[in-house]
Write a protein that binds this ligand. Structure first.
Ligand code: ADP
Length: 485
């Protein structure tokens, strides 16, 4: 096979339903492409509502036995699952880079992260503690226990083909839930490889199913089927709102990780070299295709020119190319539509007075490769001030006071991640508290890990993934009132 896998049985081209590799009822399939070359890697089943319903019913049938297992037993399986992922890290990274485009080193990093979620939540399974509450009268005792919410459904995006899945299935399985996952059309192969490893780790049939196919009809079944008690979605705000509305008919528990519009603020007392390092990590990782990527840079006027010059030097060292090649830091964008959005945002900014410092156009390699870009002379009337670009473009806005930059930073319907650089302890607290965001990186551009609560406020979403807060999304509280004592 062209991917040169050590274990070629990780390349799966059928969906995983109720412990069986399955084709679509219609026999239809769809192609998965390598964004670096445009060539077809494989095809997978184009499934719809009927297959989804079967996966949900299998999850329901598997639920009682799975929830009855001890937390220790579930933790042991999750630990094995995590270990198997790490043992296959090279192959999984190859599959991921092939279908997603990110450099192999980033794919390997994501695989480690994906595995760490399973390990961490397996451990956390043993600590789903309840409460006892002193009663209001002497003849009663109040006990609170936490129970798995039940059958879950998950819909995941293409930018993190492994981690967005394990961040959902790990807490679900740890809590004693069963789950049906629909990966993005662009990146089903990583998801199916994970399904294979889940089987080898001993996850029982039906406890985890991975279904590929038509998003609308799969999503419609997941959101309308009363067996499903909870939906977890990561993706665009528009689709998230639609799924939230669809879930209303059966009042499902819901977690949403939606779009962001992250500000990255550089104050005049910042360590500029550290700020540039953080900017590169936050902006250009995954070619700018993450929901926590810095989208707007606000740089104090006293350090604006110095920061722009240092950032230019750093961006000039980035290396664009196929993710499989050594030294490459910038893979292709996921598809042509992504490139067109980036182009449209740059055109809009330039037409309103922005200056291209570096990049600004497609890369000479062609396809969906895009040159890492910096824009200066940005102002609030440009699309980039309001919309998520999701590409390798750093637009630099100038500001002159703390009050001004807080207002600018918060002037968005989004509230996922924000970043700022300052060495003044008083300012650090004031700004951290004033930013209306779920996550704030202070003197760092990297904030995502399995032990911390990832999630947004405002239209960036509901709920948290990772950390002890992440398990709350998959349990329900039951209150036992014991009388007659
Ligand atoms: P992106 O712009 O990053 O592709 P999307 O929100 O379109 O974000 O995609 C995220 C996930 O949502 C993918 O798995 C996609 O297939 C799925 N999706 C898109 N539209 C729908 C829909 N109408 N119903 C259910 N899932 C959907």
């Amino acid at each position: 096979d062209s991917l040169r896998l050590k274990d070629s049985t990780l390349l799966r081209t059928q969906a995983w339903i109720d412990g069986q590799w399955s084709d679509a009822d219609s026999g239809q399939r769809f192609d998965v492409y390598d964004p670096a070359t445009g060539s077809v890697l494989a095809s997978v089943p184009w499934m719809g509502a009927a297959e989804t319903r079967r996966a949900i019913e299998a999850a329901n049938a598997a639920w009682p036995a799975w929830r009855r297992q001890t937390a220790k037993a579930r933790a042991a399986i999750l630990r094995r699952f995590s270990d198997l992922i790490l043992e296959s890290a090279d192959d999984l990274a190859r599959i991921m880079t092939a279908e997603q485009g990110k450099p192999l080193a980033e794919s390997k990093g994501e695989i480690q992260y994906a595995a760490s979620c399973l390990e961490w939540f397996g451990e956390e399974a043993k600590r789903i503690y309840g409460d006892t509450i002193p009663g209001p009268t002497g003849d009663r005792r109040i006990v609170v226990i936490k129970e798995p919410v039940g059958v879950c459904a998950a819909i995941t995006p293409w930018n993190f083909p492994a981690a967005m899945i394990t961040r959902k299935i790990a807490p679900a399985l740890a809590a004693g839930c069963t789950i049906v996952v629909k990966p993005a059309e662009a990146t089903p192969l990583t998801a199916l490889a994970l399904a294979e490893l889940s089987h080898r780790a001993g996850v029982p049939a039906g406890v985890l199913s991975v279904i590929t196919g038509e998003p609308k009809s799969i999503g419609a079944e997941m959101t309308s089927n009363p067996i499903v008690r909870k939906l977890s979605f990561t993706g665009s705000t528009a689709v998230g709102k639609q799924l939230m509305a669809q879930c209303a008919s059966t009042v499902k528990k819901l977690s949403l990780e939606l779009g962001g519009n992250a500000p990255f603020i550089v104050f005049e007392d910042a360590d500029l070299d550290q700020a540039v390092e953080g900017a590169i990590a936050s902006k250009y990782r995954n070619s700018g295709q993450t929901c926590v990527c810095a989208n707007r840079f606000y740089v104090h006027e006293a350090v604006y020119d110095a920061f722009a010059a240092k950032l230019e030097d750093a961006v000039a060292t980035l290396c664009v190319g196929p993710g499989t090649e050594p030294g490459v830091t910038q893979g292709p964008l996921i598809n042509e539509a992504a490139v067109r959005k980036v182009e449209a945002h740059i055109e809009d900014a330039v037409s309103k007075g922005a200056h291209i410092v570096i990049g600004g156009k497609r890369h000479a390699l062609g396809g969906t490769f895009f040159a890492p870009t910096i824009l200066t002379g940005m102002h609030a009337e440009m699309r980039m001030a309001r919309e998520e670009t999701f590409g390798p473009v750093a637009p630099l806005f100038r500001f002159s006071s703390d009050e001004e930059v807080i207002e600018l930073a918060n002037k968005t319907e989004f509230g996922l991640a924000a970043y700022f650089y300052s060495r003044d302890i008083g300012r650090v607290w004031r700004i951290a508290e004033a930013l209306e965001y779920g996550m704030v990186g202070i003197n760092t551009g990297l904030i995502s890990n399995e032990v911390a609560p990832f999630g947004g406020v405002k239209e960036s979403g509901i709920g948290r993934e990772g950390s002890r807060y992440g398990i709350d999304e998959y349990v329900v509280v039951k209150y036992l009132c014991m009388g007659g004592i």
